[in-house]
Design a protein around this ligand. Structure first.
Ligand code: EPU
Length: 433
């Protein structure tokens, strides 16, 4: 119910540190279930999706302790339950990783159908295809997915579509299966490589993560480790766009520039300067922003999770841009809100056509999903006047202290709790004493 209030027009400058990757952390945390000993996770982003993951683990019987900021120990050895109830799963898409992890370790899992951002139809048929191929029986009743396997056995699996979630889940289920699993047509996102690296450090035998084919030979035991989550490429990309949209000069540290290549390439086409260093990028603008043609696609293509942010930048570029969304059916929910700020965008099916305008104007708007919310923050930072963003719980699912980081770069942004706006009713005088 809280809001962000932004006074736009401040040029961002300085240095900002990127947190651990949300879409990695939400898989790595359930993956610890597979381990036979306690583990320590480092560089964990402190966002609401991660806190739901930790609460779910605790609900199952694991012991989670915060050792320091962004550093947590997880002891999975006390897990006795195998069911993730609706109240946890409905809040987060990534709750489906508990299916793969619980099935892989205990041969059984019962997880409510997952929630998450409303981006259109989000089937999980490919996840189920992998579980069934490995030997699980599945049932769906009263919104719960039930998986049971006497023994999981390595198999050949080929996905019909490239999917991050099903690739991760197939890895989780196959890591301790008997024999060898070969998975073809897999996703290649950096977080898939991160999951494989963490499990391999525990003693798993996963080869080929980051390519089209992954080969997993099952192991009997996984040992406790300490592991650091990779930097969040989408958080980094969001700050890169925010720097560009405000005509700023920002150095973004704790990043892997290789993971940002498609974002960097796209921003350069728009006229943004990006300098790459070992673990940082500097983003600055010294000329006009120009129109572009953007098409989202699986890694190493331009990420769908950066589409709303870059489309927002293009509202301020010279000329007519075209943005095509090829992953999700409904990822233009933010367009309506940007129009209220003066953007000139029309949407037909999966394509948005953007006519650049000279400036955006602050307005009250609502975040309809996580990246839509990030796009509205960028719009508010660049706009003339004040922008008030409602429903920021979407943003807090995936961005670690975003407003604090933006303030350190010179932005005027505050979080206003809803209750500050409600007047306190004066106490009524008691009648008759
Ligand atoms: N798909 C199927 N069947 C399946 C699974 C997916 O048809 O069984 C389709 C989807 O409908 C979609 C495409 O395959 O058209 C790709 O879906 P994918 O499985 O890759 O998406 P996801 O795993 O559900 C993750 C991220 C999303 C990100 C996508 C694509 C997490 C928790 N979520 O979702 O992140 O957009 O990959 O990169 O990792 C976000 O962070 O804002 C976000 C939405």
């Amino acid at each position: 119910m809280d809001k962000f209030i932004i006074k736009g027009g401040r040029r961002l400058s300085g240095e900002v540190e990127i947190s651990g990757a949300k879409n990695s952390a939400v898989a790595l945390i359930p993956a610890v279930i597979l381990c036979d000993e306690p583990c320590i996770l480092e560089n964990v982003p402190e966002i609401s999706d991660v806190s739901i993951c930790f609460r779910t683990l605790t609900e199952l019987g694991a012991v989670v302790r915060k050792l320091a900021p962004h550093r947590y120990s997880v002891d999975p050895t006390g897990i006795r339950k195998h069911c993730v109830p609706y109240e946890f799963a409905r809040k987060m898409r990534a709750s489906y990783y508990f299916l793969g992890a619980l099935l892989g370790k205990y041969g059984k899992a019962r997880v409510s159908m997952p929630g998450g951002c409303p981006l259109g139809d989000r089937p999980i048929d490919q996840h189920l295809k992998a579980f069934v191929a490995l030997g699980a029986k599945r049932e769906l009743s009263r919104g719960m997915i039930d998986l049971v396997a006497e023994e999981l056995k390595g198999e050949k699996i080929s996905f019909d579509v490239i999917t991050v979630g099903a690739t991760m889940n197939a890895i989780l289920a196959a890591v301790r299966a008997k024999g060898t699993t070969v998975i073809k047509n897999v996703a290649k996102e950096p977080h898939i490589v991160d999951l494989a690296n963490m499990l391999n450090k525990m003693g798993a035998n996963i080869k080929g993560a980051g390519t089209d084919t992954i080969k997993i030979t099952g192991v009997d035991y996984l040992r406790g480790i300490e592991y650091s989550v990779i930097p969040d490429q989408i958080e980094a990309g969001t700050f890169m766009v925010a720097a560009a949209a405000t005509g700023g000069d920002v150095t973004i540290i704790n990043v892997t520039p290789k993971h940002l290549e498609s974002i960097t390439e796209q921003l350069r086409k728009i006229g943004v300067n990006v300098e790459e260093y070992d673990s940082s990028v500097r983003v600055f603008v010294d000329g006009p922003l120009v129109k572009a043609n953007v098409v989202t696609s699986p890694h190493p293509g331009f990420p769908t999770d950066m589409q709303p942010q870059v489309a927002t930048l293009l509202t301020l570029a010279d000329g007519t841009s075209r943005v095509e969304e090829s992953i999700w059916d409904q990822r233009f929910g933010y367009v309506h809100e940007l129009r209220r700020m003066g953007a000139n965008i029309s949407v037909g099916g999966k394509v948005a056509i953007i006519e650049g305008v000279e400036y955006l104007m602050g307005a009250p708007v609502k975040a309809c999903d996580l990246r839509a919310g990030a796009a509205l923050i960028i719009a508010g930072l660049a706009a003339r006047g004040e922008t008030e963003i409602e429903d920021i719980h979407h943003i807090e699912r995936g961005y670690d202290c975003m407003e604090v980081k933006l303030r350190s770069l010179g932005a005027e942004i505050v979080k206003r709790p809803l209750f500050d706006e409600l007047e306190i009713e004066p106490k009524k005088k008691a009648v008759n004493g």
